[in-house]
Structure formats: structure tokens, C-alpha cells
Design a binder for this molecule. Structure first.
Ligand SMILES: CC(C)(COP(=O)(O)OP(=O)(O)OC[C@H]1O[C@@H](n2cnc3c(N)ncnc32)[C@H](O)[C@@H]1OP(=O)(O)O)[C@@H](O)C(=O)NCCC(=O)NCCS
Length: 187
């Protein structure tokens, strides 16, 4: 499916564009943001190459993932969100918001939109997410979205020069449908 546009009360999830480069550096180029991600902060040159690859990959058939920009009401990119597609109708969720917009509920809104898309449109059965044991914001977000903790993955990622564990969470389709949605009922 391409292009994808998902609209919420304050945010829009949309495909990346080449003119997202400057705004995307406030996310993937900021060590405060990438400290809890599975990759190190990128240079502008690296991000220009990655962005071009992301734009091309979005048009692959079948799509390996839905990696989307999170844009605010001014159409500015303020973060990213991704569902990577796995076997047996499974997906893996990832997200990041630029530092100056933390704590505004943007990740809650973007993740709710993406989970609705994953279960309703992509017909996924299970969506998982992994986050660092010290990433309290992400753990709080996943708990709020009714994800279930499944355990600890040892030495899951190598970032900033060290192996790091992750906590694994998941939500199943019927669990998503029966919960109280942070943003209202699923469409
Ligand atoms: C994790 C992240 C995406 C949260 O984004 P956000 O837009 O600030 O999150 P929200 O405002 O929607 O808040 C989500 C929940 O986390 C809580 N929260 C936000 N920041 C927090 C913090 N620093 N410590 C503890 N809880 C926090 C909020 O209170 C909210 O919980 P509540 O609804 O129960 O009150 C953001 O901190 C980020 O981009 N971090 C760096 C990248 C990252 O770690 N991505 C996730 C990898 S697993």
C-alpha cells in the first residue's frame, strides 16, 4: 500500500519526502533521542542516504515495513513511527519524537494511529515492541497502550559502544480491540 496517509486529531502519519532531511536531523541526529534507540546518532550525510533509501523502500512490493513520518499541524516532521512486518501476521513497532516535543502526548497519538492501521488495515494478529530497561517513557507509553510485558532479551542491540538488553512487549488484536483507547475508539 503506497502512499499511506493517516490523520489524527493533531498529527498526520505520512510517507517520508526528500525535504524532510533538515527536520529529521532533530530526531535521528540528536544523541538525546537516539540514546534509547537501536542506532547511534547519524550525520547529515548519513541521514541523507538513509532518507533516500527509506523513500525507495516505501515503494517496494511487497512492503517490508511501514516507516512513516509523524507530522504536526504545520506539516513539519516531529518524529517517526514504524511497523516492521514479520511472519504470521506479526509486526514490530518503533517510534521516536524530537526532543522539544516530548511530553505532549505525540507518541501516544501516533502509536494509537499506527496500531489501528496495523490491526484494521494490515490485519496483523500480534504487534511487539522492544525498549531499553531504562527507557521509562517508552515503557509508560506501552503500558498505556495495554501492551503486555513478555520478558527481557539479553544483549539485544549494540549501540553507543556496548551491548544492551531490551524489554519485550506485545499486544494481540483482540486485546487492542477491547481496551479503552487513549484517543477514542478504533475506527
Ligand atoms: C519514548 C518517546 C517516543 C515518548 O514520546 P512522547 O511524545 O514524549 O510520549 P507521550 O507524551 O505520548 O507520553 C507517553 C507516556 O510516557 C510518559 N512519559 C513521557 N516522558 C516520560 C519520562 N521522561 N519519564 C517517564 N514517563 C514519561 C507520559 O507521562 C505518558 O504516560 P501517561 O499517558 O501514563 O501519562 C520519546 O521520549 C522519545 O522519542 N524518546 C527517544 C526515542 C525512544 O526512546 N523511542 C522508543 C524506543 S523503544
Amino acid at each position: 500500500m503506497f502512499p499511506v496517509v493517516i490523520t489524527g486529531p493533531r498529527l498526520t502519519l505520512r510517507e517520508f519526502r526528500t525535504d524532510d532531511l533538515d527536520a529529521s536531523m532533530a530526531v535521528v541526529g540528536d544523541p538525546d533521542v537516539t540514546r534509547t534507540l537501536s542506532f547511534d546518532a547519524r550525520s547529515r550525510k548519513d541521514q541523507a542516504e538513509r532518507l533516500a533509501q527509506d523513500i525507495t523502500r516505501a515503494q517496494a512490493q511487497p512492503r517490508p515495513d511501514y516507516y512513516l513520518a509523524i507530522a504536526d499541524s504545520t506539516h513539519l516532521l516531529v518524529g517517526f513511527i514504524r511497523i516492521g512486518l514479520g511472519r504470521d501476521n506479526s509486526g514490530e513497532l518503533g517510534y521516536a519524537i524530537r526532543r522539544e516535543d516530548w511530553g505532549k502526548g505525540y507518541a501516544t497519538e501516533a502509536a494509537t494511529l499506527m496500531l489501528n492501521f496495523g490491526f484494521d488495515t494490515l490485519h496483523l494478529h500480534r504487534i511487539q515492541a522492544a525498549c531499553g530497561p531504562d527507557n521509562h517513557a517508552s515503557q509508560r507509553l506501552l503500558a498505556r497502550l495495554a501492551f503486555t510485558p513478555e520478558g527481557r532479551i539479553r544483549d539485544h542491540v549494540f549501540t553507543n559502544g556496548a551491548w544492551r538488553d531490551s524489554l519485550l512487549y506485545s499486544i494481540l488484536e483482540h486485546e487492542w480491540r477491547r481496551q479503552q483507547f487513549p484517543m477514542g475508539k478504533a475506527q
